[in-house]
Structures are given as C-alpha cells and as structure tokens.
Design a protein around this ligand. Structure first.
Ligand code: PMP
Length: 326
C-alpha cells in the first residue's frame, strides 16, 4: 500500500489509495462517505482500470510490449489507459463519440494516444464496433473493452472495495454508484456482499437512461446532460448483474446540476455530474436506512466521486442549468 510519504518510481504507483471523505449533507446517524477519485494521476476513477486491466492483460500475454490498445471510451477510460499504456510500453488508440468533453480528448492526445472521433448520434455502440475494426487492421492490437471485460469490475473488487472497507472498519451498510460500464458498482458490490450478504446495493443513472430496463421497467429514453453514466442500449452493458443490485435510482439533470453547485459552494468539492448524481442517491439511501425503510447491516453508505468538475468547465457546468451543455 502506498503511503505517499516516500519517493515512488512511477506515476502508476500513485493510482488508488484515494481519500474517503464524509459528505456533510448526509444524516449523522447514517453518514455518506465518498472516494475522491480525482486524486488519481489521470484525475479519475478510470486510472484504476487502466493500470489493472493492462497489467493483467500483459501478464497473460493478450498483447506484448510494443502492442496497441484500442478502446471505445467517453474519455476518462482513455486517459486512464493512456497513462498506463505509455509506462507499460504500449501504444494507445481511442474511439470517442464527438459530444464528449474536449478537455478529455486533449489530455488523451497529450499522453501520447491517438484519438478517433465518431458521430455523437451514432452512439457508443458504433464507437465499440469502430474500435474492433481498427484493432483488426493492426498487428498485436487488443480491445480491452471495458463494457464487457471482467477485469474492469475486478479492478474495483481488488482496490476500490478493500480501500473503502479498510477505512470504515468493514462497516459499510450500502454501496451506491452510477453505472456507465457498471464496473465500479459491480466490483464494490461483489466485495461488500462477500463481507456481508445483506449489503444494500444501489445503481445510479441519469433520468432518461435505460438501466432500469434490467429490472423490467419501461423507460422513456431521453437525452441527458450528466456525463459518464447511463445507457441507451442495455445489451451493451454486459458487466451489469441485476442479481447484485437492490435498486436503481434515476436522477434528473436538474437535480444533478443543483447538487454539483451545492457540493462546490458548501463542501469545497469540485466534482462533476456523475459524482453529484451519486451524492443525491447515496443521501437518499442513507435517509432510508436511518428511517428504517431500507435494511442494511451497518450505518454508513459508501459512494465514489469519479472525477473533477474542472474537466467540464468548457461545458458550463457551473453556469445556469440551461447554459450547461452536458
Ligand atoms: N463517472 C464518470 C465521470 C465516468 O467517466 C464513468 C465511466 N464511464 C463513470 C462515472 C461510471 O463508471 P463505470 O464505468 O465503472 O460504471
């Protein structure tokens, strides 16, 4: 475990062991704690899977040194993979739908990766197909495919879960996390359900996203501004296991926008929209436990703040709701 108190030989050693901080606007009886993932070197939770997936894939010979990783990504995964790829002697190509933040695309390029844009209206599914086409054309190229690669969830089972468990003496009553690939939530859920089978698990998505179809609900698909979580095609979300989830909260963009502002102004937390969605849902779960509406083995709720709002300033996250481009 890194203590950050002695010289380290590589930026890869600074990944993980992020701070766990109380969300003040949560009940004293059932506090919410959030992992501040912008403390990672690529400034998001996705550094964890970048390092973990590439190290495991190199170990088992999926590709050799000098090989190429090609990944469809909304951005943070690209940054996380790019940080790790270079240090591990790999090349990186990312396929990114145009609508995702330009800051992220600039950072991927700065880290030495190639970025290929796809039309926003064609969605993430198209970007996934395009990544496979590009990999087929190259020698020794692999698509880690965070949407279906079990190593994604395993990274959180091996790092995020135990770190939270250690910090809270194992007394975690509920875990709450927004689902993009669902790797974060699945890894944490597996870890804590093994510790205590009664751990309450809640997935979070933006209103308009379709994760609730996994629970048999009819969902009106709509666009949303909250970035990094949600789906419009559940057949692509192969990691999501409904058996591990007690509930799915859909959070409207308007509430997310207000909570982003509140977290900054009141709690000094410069976190982005998916973190705000997590905070809203986690606080709701904490109140539910306090009021006896939700059964949970312990009186604390854990969530993650996946990245920083600085990454989205160009999209007007702190301007009015209408000016926020999402
Ligand atoms: N928030 C942000 C900002 C993200 O980039 C992502 C990853 N798409 C998530 C949350 C969701 O994480 P996961 O893919 O592990 O579900």
């Amino acid at each position: 475990m890194t203590t950050h108190q002695e010289p380290l030989s590589s930026v890869l050693e600074t990944i993980g062991e992020t701070p766990l901080v109380r969300v003040h606007d949560s009940p004293d009886e059932v506090p919410v704690y959030a992992k501040l993932e912008s403390f990672n070197p690529g400034a998001s939770i996705k550094d964890r899977i970048g390092k973990y997936m590439l190290e495991r894939m190199l170990e088992r010979g999926d590709m050799g040194e000098g090989g190429t990783v090609v990944e469809p990504t909304a951005g943070n995964t690209g940054i996380g993979l790019a940080v790790a790829a270079k240090q591990l002697g790999l090349n990186a190509v990312f396929v990114v739908p145009e609508r995702f933040s330009v800051e992220k695309q600039q950072l991927m390029r700065a880290l030495g990766a190639e970025v290929v844009n796809t039309p926003s209206e064609d969605g993430m599914g198209f970007a996934i197909d395009r990544a496979h086409e590009i990999a087929d054309e190259l020698d020794d190229a692999v698509v880690p495919q965070q949407f279906s690669n079990p190593l994604n969830a395993e990274a959180h089972y091996a790092t995020t879960g135990p770190e939270i468990g250690d910090a809270l003496d194992g007394k975690v009553g509920a875990v709450v996390a927004g689902c993009g690939t669902a790797g974060t939530l699945m890894g944490m859920a597996r870890y804590f359900r093994e510790k205590h089978p009664g751990t309450h698990v809640v997935a979070v998505e933006p209103a308009g996203s379709a994760y609730r179809e996994f629970l048999g609900e009819d969902v009106d698909h709509e666009e949303y501004k909250t970035e990094g979580i949600g789906t419009h095609d559940v057949s692509r979300n192969e990691l999501f296991d409904p058996e591990l989830v007690d509930d799915i909260h859909a959070v409207p963009d308007r509430e997310v926008h207000e909570e982003m502002g509140r977290l900054a102004a009141e709690e000094g937390q410069l976190v982005a929209s998916s973190a705000a969605a997590n905070a809203i849902a986690a606080k709701r779960v904490a109140r539910g436990i306090r009021d006896g509406e939700i059964d949970a083995p312990y009186e604390a709720v854990a969530t993650v703040f996946p990245d920083s709002s600085e990454r989205y300033l160009s999209k007007g996250v702190y301007r009015s709701f209408e000016e926020w481009e999402g």
